[in-house]
Design a protein around this ligand. Structure first.
Ligand code: UDP
Length: 377
């Protein structure tokens, strides 16, 4: 049932990924008109999924996306549009020609060091390797040396991170490594959140359902130009923050990804994600997509080798590159964005944040609620 708004307003959206879909749905249910412009031929942004015609496998076209959250409201929201199937991400990692379990857990530690330690012994063993002179780690490298010590850092993180970011881990913030837990038990769940799962029919179907509302219109293959912003009562912009301002303060750096697809019969690697942590190969990981849907059976398999590189002007931006020093350009864009009264910047690209899907949805909910409260919309 719709609220009856005091005045029906017309909102424009640049993008039709998770952020804009969540915001448009909320505003549409409040009775407002929402028009979305999506440059790509599909909704759902980089979590877009497509069933491969040949194998029947649901492919994560822009790389692996696993939904995990501690946020009950966000979990309820996604489940309103799609059934989530049980899925636990159990990543494996190759380093020095051997396979280990990730995130670092008791099995990783015992296998890597050839030990049979119990949790208490393992904690003491790792602490003895840690650099305890680092009291307040700021960088990726300091975080690693403080909490896992040099041997595990060198084996699992240093070279993978150089491949992923092309930045020395000394210049990356500790927050990137803090994404990964370190465990002194045999729990090998990559994520430490209470909810985790995969949308039964893929993320794109989920976002299509969010956008399936009489007050919402989606234009695929079209951009909202900045010159059109004034035609709307307000605009929600999920495109790159620097692009909105014509890159006038310079370009914000992003990483883009290249996927080299290969198809095969049967089971190629036995798990969904296999990381390649050393520099014996140029790619960071191989994703075998059918393992993301363990409730389905497919004879053939679709795999992606994933390569990371600096994002050029015509590439799809994936990861914002935050360094420990020098986010001055970003600060200038943030000041410009704050002064732009008719536009709210949202999402990973619009706010230049390395956000997981659940954090993206939470931020979108908070943004639309703050907007409605401030404007009485
Ligand atoms: N990382 C690493 N080795 C690994 C996995 C991750 O060094 O085997 C580092 C790398 O710097 C990466 C970061 O940890 O960018 C965060 O990893 P996550 O798996 O969260 O990355 P995502 O799946 O978002 O690319």
């Amino acid at each position: 049932m719709s609220d009856t708004p005091s005045a029906v307003r017309h909102y424009g959206f640049a993008g039709a990924g998770l952020s804009c879909a969540v915001i448009a749905r909320e505003l549409a249910e409040a009775g407002h008109r929402c028009t979305l412009f999506e440059a790509r031929p599909h909704v759902a942004g980089n979590c877009h999924t497509e069933r491969d015609a040949d194998s029947g496998v649901m492919v994560h076209i822009y790389g692996p996306h696993i939904f995990h959250t501690d946020d009950d409201e966000v979990w309820a929201l996604v489940n309103r549009y799609m059934r989530f199937m049980p899925y636990v991400n159990r990543v494996k990692a190759v380093t020095g020609g051997r396979v280990f379990s990730l995130p670092i857990n008791l099995l990783t530690i015992n296998q890597f060091f050839g030990q049979t330690l119990n949790p208490t012994q393992a904690r003491a063993f790792i602490e003895a390797q840690a650099d305890t002179s680092i009291t307040d780690p700021q960088t990726f490298e300091e975080q690693a040396l403080r909490f896992i010590g040099r041997p595990l850092y060198e084996a699992f993180f240093r070279q993978y991170t150089l491949k992923q970011w092309e930045v020395d881990p000394k210049d990356l913030p500790a927050s990137i490594l803090k994404r990964l837990p370190v465990r002194f038990n045999y729990d090998d769940n990559y994520f430490a959140h209470k909810h985790q799962g995969m949308p039964e029919e893929g993320y794109t179907a989920m976002v299509e359902r969010m956008l399936d509302h009489p007050n919402i219109t989606v234009h695929l293959g079209q951009r909202l130009e900045t010159s059109q912003v004034g035609q709307y009562d307000h605009v929600f912009w999920s495109g790159p923050l620097d692009a909105y301002f014509g890159h006038r303060e310079g370009r914000l750096p992003y990483r883009t990804l290249d996927f080299e697809r290969f198809d095969a019969e049967g089971d190629v690697q036995g798990c969904a994600v296999l990381n390649y942590c050393d520099d014996s190969v140029p790619f960071t990981r191989i994703t075998e997509h059918k393992h993301f849907a363990p409730w389905e059976t497919h004879a053939r398999s679709v795999c992606y080798r994933e390569f990371s590189r600096r994002c050029g002007e015509d590439d799809i931006p994936y990861y914002p590159v935050h360094l420990t020093q020098g986010d001055d350009v970003l600060k200038r864009y943030q000041a410009l964005a704050a002064a732009e009264a008719g536009v709210t910047f949202v999402g990973r690209l619009g706010t230049y944040r390395y956000m997981d899907m659940d954090v993206t949805i939470r931020a979108a909910l908070d943004a639309v609620r703050a907007f409605r409260a401030a404007r009485g919309a």
